[in-house]
Design a protein around this ligand. Structure first.
Ligand code: ADP
Ligand code: MG
Length: 686
């Protein structure tokens, strides 16, 4: 067996109990242990004399303990241990809380190395909970860099250091260098073994920097190559399609729309139409904040495609959204003699088969669909344009799959309201063009947002009644649909029952959640759209795209449980007409971070700003983490900080793609693909 695949239990000091704890952080094998990179580092400076200590600084000292340690018992559960230590220049007091055993751990008169923060109190210098090690001469003048690992309860820093140190020694020869040597040479990257050793036990600052750069490079390079591999595997090499259409008809179509396009919409439409006339396939992202009017831009592009004699597909992430787009586009496009259909998973097989036949024979010009359209048996007659709405819900592989259904490389357009960090856009799209709809339709007022405690519930219900009397509709969003023992989140079902028989009795309430079948869902949505429901109680299934202009009150329960991006999306369901809209965030939160997040929502209506703040508050790890957003968890790369390395990685990846030695190129692509394909399938952007 590969040595790196051996269980952590083969390491001295790791038994079944510790192994189980390690499992909690995903560390099962020696490889996992080695890849468990430090969360941070403590810099221990060279040893100082006590007389030179300055207030508040972290110091390393070489001292001997003096006299007897003093143990104070404050309460039953609290003990304080004080012990004086000296060097030739002065003395300090070491203070330990709840660690009485320290008194037996160290000997008087023996030199120790101690490290900690120097506090000045009671007229002397104290170090609380210092680190104490046996003194060895070598460390005297040397600055030490100590790794700090993220811990799980029951394991200590020492456990990790022991485990990783031994794992490194054992596997020294067994670790494969994933970077091709030509890349390593050209980009002057440190050796793998050296880097792994120094990321955990840095010899000095420079060694740490070299090692980190190399490991980040490797991680990003592998992912980048895997993404290229997918494009090569699933993409087509065919040329793009030049669309031609009747300009007069296009002008008339735009003129006959129910409203005039905003300046931003006009500009973006212009950019898209120009792309469609070119031979190079379009690869464009339209970013526009919620409510900026992206759907109409899609409709115009689809109209151009059909006039040019091609089929178009618009993919939506949810059935609700697909249906809604279908209704909207039908009214816009059917008048022009365009045959438009809907294809979603919830349809019966007979209808589906009929639609598939129509698609493959070219009877259908435009199809609005969910993931159902990705299935193998869905074939087009001549697919020319692929639009994905709220693109972050679609994976890289999925986009490639749909592109492949065209005879040639179809033009690709992705529409999103979620700004993604530039770094990510670079990884995932490479040379993607970006269009910005940076203007809302005229007359839109910013949604008035309030953060309130749950104790204001009755006033909120009063407000709902008032809005209903004025003829407006309300959304109420709850995070989960079922009771969870762990987190007491009010369920939509429960809330619905409670409200309909209690505070909101007499109003027409509707319930919508993910466990309902598609017909039930669309029936409820239809009723809401037609104004037959006053208050729609729902889970986040309404999060993306839903457009009911008459709804102008959004109430979000347990708002602190949502990400800021999600809250912004939810809030974007209201404020879609010229009436003043409101968003009420119900959250009883004591955590200052959560409060700050609510404050941002109250202050800002700008998606870009909100996403930037989100990033700052949560940190890139969580912001980009797999849990929330479907991205691979990066082991070491930090997409915000490592922009420079990423640029180098892209140069390297590009260079590999252009290699004359196709054997080498293909083997690199193949390797990356095999390593990541299972993960990439799941990757989505958000
Ligand atoms: P999003 O960008 O969030 O997808 P939509 O395309 O759903 O936004 O548009 C939001 C609402 O604004 C829709 O009701 C749409 O009809 C309307 N709308 C779009 N563009 C304009 C415009 N130029 N003038 C007035 N209303 C518009
Ligand atoms: Mg939309």
């Amino acid at each position: 067996m590969d040595i790196v695949k051996e269980s952590v239990q083969t390491i001295k000091g790791i038994g079944p109990k510790k192994a189980r704890l390690l499992g909690k952080v995903g560390v099962y094998t020696l490889q996992d242990a080695i890849d468990y990179f430090p969360r941070d580092y403590e810099i221990h400076p060279g040893v100082t004399d006590i007389v030179d200590i300055r207030k508040g600084e972290f110091v390393s000292l070489s001292v001997k303990f003096q006299g007897r340690p003093q143990v104070l018992r404050k309460h039953k559960n609290m003990s304080i241990l004080r012990w004086t230590a000296k060097d030739d220049t002065g003395s300090i007091v070491c203070v330990w809380f709840n660690q009485p055993y320290r008194a037996n751990q160290y000997k008087v008169g023996v030199p120790y190395y101690i490290y900690g923060k120097a506090e000045f109190s009671y007229g002397g210098i104290q170090i609380h909970n210092p680190l104490v090690k046996e003194y060895v001469r070598e460390i005297h003048n040397q600055c030490q860099i100590i790794p700090v690992y993220s811990l799980v309860e029951g394991l200590t820093q020492k456990d990790f250091k022991n485990l990783i140190g031994q794992a490194l020694n054992r596997t020294e020869k067994g670790i494969e260098d994933e970077l091709p040597s030509i890349v390593r040479e050209r980009f002057k990257l440190a050796d793998k073994g050296y880097s792994l050793y120094n990321i955990h036990f840095p010899k000095h600052q420079q060694a740490l920097e070299w090692s980190r750069r190399r490991l980040v490079f490797e991680e990003l390079f592998s992912i980048q190559m895997a993404l290229y591999a997918i494009k090569e595997k699933f993409g087509t090499d065919n040329q793009g399609l030049i669309f031609q259409w009747d300009n007069k008809k296009m002008d008339k179509f735009i003129k006959d729309l129910p409203f005039a396009l905003t300046g931003a919409q006009k500009r973006v439409v212009g950019e898209i139409l120009e792309d469609l006339r070119k031979e190079t396939p379009m690869n464009r992202l339209v970013y526009g904040d919620v409510g900026s009017g992206k759907t109409i831009v899609a409709a115009i592009a689809l109209y151009a495609a059909v006039m040019a004699g091609y089929q178009g597909v618009l993919m939506a992430p949810t059935e609700i959204l697909a249906r809604q787009h279908y209704e909207t586009l039908k009214t816009l496009l059917e008048g022009c003699g365009i045959h438009i259909s809907l294809l979603i998973g919830g349809m019966d097989n007979k209808t589906k088969d009929q639609i598939k036949d129509n698609l493959s024979q070219g009877v259908v010009d435009v199809i609005i669909a969910t993931h159902a359209v990705l299935q193998e048996d869905v074939q087009f007659n001549n697919l020319g344009l692929v639009i994905t709405d709220e693109q972050h819900r679609f994976g890289v592989r999925q986009r490639a799959t749909i592109a492949q259904k065209g005879n040639n490389d179809p033009h690709m357009l992705v529409m999103s309201a979620t700004p993604i960090p530039r770094t990510l856009a670079l990884i995932f799209y490479g040379d993607l063009d970006i269009s910005l709809i940076d203007e809302l339709p005229p007359g839109r007022k910013p949604v008035k947002t309030y953060h309130v405690p749950a104790s204001m519930r009755n006033r909120i219900y009063g407000f709902i009644r008032k809005q209903t009397m004025l003829g407006y509709q309300t959304y109420m969003v709850c995070p989960l649909i079922e009771e969870s023992d762990k987190i007491a989140v009010q369920s939509a079902v429960e809330l619905y029952d409670e409200l309909s028989s209690g505070p909101l009795k007499g109003l027409r309430l509707g319930l919508l959640h993910g466990k309902m079948n598609p017909e039930e869902k669309s029936c409820v949505m239809k009723k809401f759209e037609e104004g037959d429901i006053d208050v729609l109680i729902s889970t986040t299934v309404i999060e993306v795209g839903v457009n009911v202009a008459n709804a102008n009150l959004m109430i979000i329960e347990n708002a602190d449980r949502f990400g800021l991006g999600q809250l912004h999306q939810l809030r974007g369901r209201v404020g879609r007409s010229n009436s003043q809209a409101y968003c009420i965030l119900i959250a009883d939160t004591k955590s200052s971070k959560a409060k700050e997040r609510m404050d941002i929502m109250v202050r800002s209506n700008n998606g870009f700003e909100i996403s930037q703040k989100d990033l700052e508050l949560r940190g890139p790890g969580e912001f980009l983490g797999v849990r929330q957003h479907g991205l691979p968890e990066f082991k070491i790369a930090n997409l915000i900080r490592d922009m420079d390395i990423l640029k180098e990685v892209q140069t390297a990846a590009q260079w590999i793609l252009e290699l004359r030695d196709t054997g080498l190129k293909n083997s690199i692509l193949e390797k990356a693909y095999n390593k990541f394909s299972h993960k990439l399938e799941e990757i989505t952007l958000n």
